[in-house]
Write a protein of this length. Structure first.
Length: 198
């Protein structure tokens, strides 16, 4: 679990404050529709809100970055939750859910689209391009059931079923996410009864 208060970062020629620099905490943290208690989202035009209440990254993805020579640590890419044993974030889809042992449920809403702030934070003008090419985007999520989360909480994963995808399509979505969901829904429905299982 990682939270940030906001630090100065230079994006191009502009000096801004950003909440991208998250740091691990071992304390229990409340999480609700607008994110984690004590975590600052400073660019609310492009980040945060109910559809991006939390950002998740996986330990497998960090292992891959470490093999590329990046000095990794939890929270480096601005994620609130670092998931271990969850595979690559590229294997997750919009509509997938995770539920903590304490009953908090999150639902994946979109992959991350890297920006200039990530490049500035990493000290590499080309990093946003590298991040996109790596196809390990991390996951934005909404909070379906609020509560308290803590480092080490076990989670249960439920993959999206057709009814979940239809419900998501009723909400405002980025066009790329909407197109991907429609393709996925068509594949699941083509499978018949098997496709209805999470």
């Amino acid at each position: 679990m990682n939270v940030g208060q906001g630090l100065p970062v230079t994006v191009g020629a502009r000096a801004v404050r950003s909440g991208i620099d998250k740091r691990p905490t071992l304390q229990p943290v409340g999480i609700g529709p607008h994110g984690l208690d004590g975590d600052r989202v400073l660019n609310t035009r492009h980040h945060g809100g109910p559809g991006q209440a939390a950002y998740l990254y996986t330990g497998d993805d960090y292992d891959w970055w470490a093999a590329q020579g990046v000095a990794v640590r939890d929270g480096l890419f601005g994620e609130n939750l670092t998931l271990t044993g969850a595979g690559s974030s590229a294997d997750w889809r919009v509509g997938d859910r995770l539920t903590t042992s304490g009953g908090v449920t999150l639902e994946v809403t979109a992959p991350r689209i890297p920006c200039a702030t990530l490049s500035a934070h990493m000290g590499d003008p080309a990093f946003a391009r590298r991040f996109a090419q790596a196809a390990r985007p991390g996951l934005y999520a909404r909070v379906l059931t609020p509560g308290t989360v803590q480092a080490g909480d076990p989670v249960t994963v439920t993959r999206a079923a057709p009814d979940d995808l239809r419900r998501l399509l009723a909400h405002p979505l980025a066009e790329r996410s909407r197109t991907d969901l429609l393709k996925r829904l068509a594949k699941l429905e083509a499978r018949g009864p098997e496709g209805t299982r999470p």
